[in-house]
Design a protein around this ligand. Structure first.
Ligand code: ZN
Length: 154
């Protein structure tokens, strides 16, 4: 049996590097002192857990902190998310979340859309493993919950 049959071609190797880099050195892993919204999320199928803190000023996600533990897919996806969304408007973040969901559900994305996803592209192989898609989306659904909290003023 050769490795190729398991899908470890060169591109996958590159993607794996990106994923492991985020997993080993997660970005924005400090929780915030005084968050506007705080969400704890878990994926019991895999044992992934994350705590998400955000600050939103005038419709812009000004600060994000994400701490957690679990598999490399869940943690690296959260790290990539945190790295990308800080400084974006809530609307832009939601658009990005929508694109990432499209990627995870195996929908066709345009070249421009792929570009917008940046490092997240590295997670596209996850779409072949429905159980792991939950891992990849954990941080993103936590972020949506945080936005919802703020909208409801709670
Ligand atoms: Zn997981």
């Amino acid at each position: 049996m050769n490795l190729r049959t398991q899908g470890f071609d060169e591109l996958d190797e590159l993607y794996k590097e990106i994923i492991l880099d985020h997993y080993r050195a997660p970005r924005h892993s400090q929780l915030l002192q005084d968050p506007d919204a705080e969400v704890e999320a878990a994926n019991p199928f895999c044992g992934d857990e994350i705590t998400l803190h955000i600050k939103v000023d005038n419709g812009t996600l000004s600060e994000i902190g994400l701490s957690g533990h679990g598999c490399s897919i869940s943690q690296s996806s959260g790290s990539m998310m945190a790295e990308m969304v800080e400084g974006m408007s809530v609307e832009e973040v939601r658009e990005l979340a929508g694109l990432f969901k499209k990627l995870m559900t195996g929908e066709e994305l345009s070249e421009d859309e792929m570009e917008e996803l940046g490092d997240l592209e590295a997670l596209q192989g996850v779409q072949k493993f429905p159980v792991r898609v939950k891992c990849a989306l954990l941080a993103w659904s936590a972020l949506e919950d945080a936005f919802r909290q703020l909208e409801n003023g709670s």
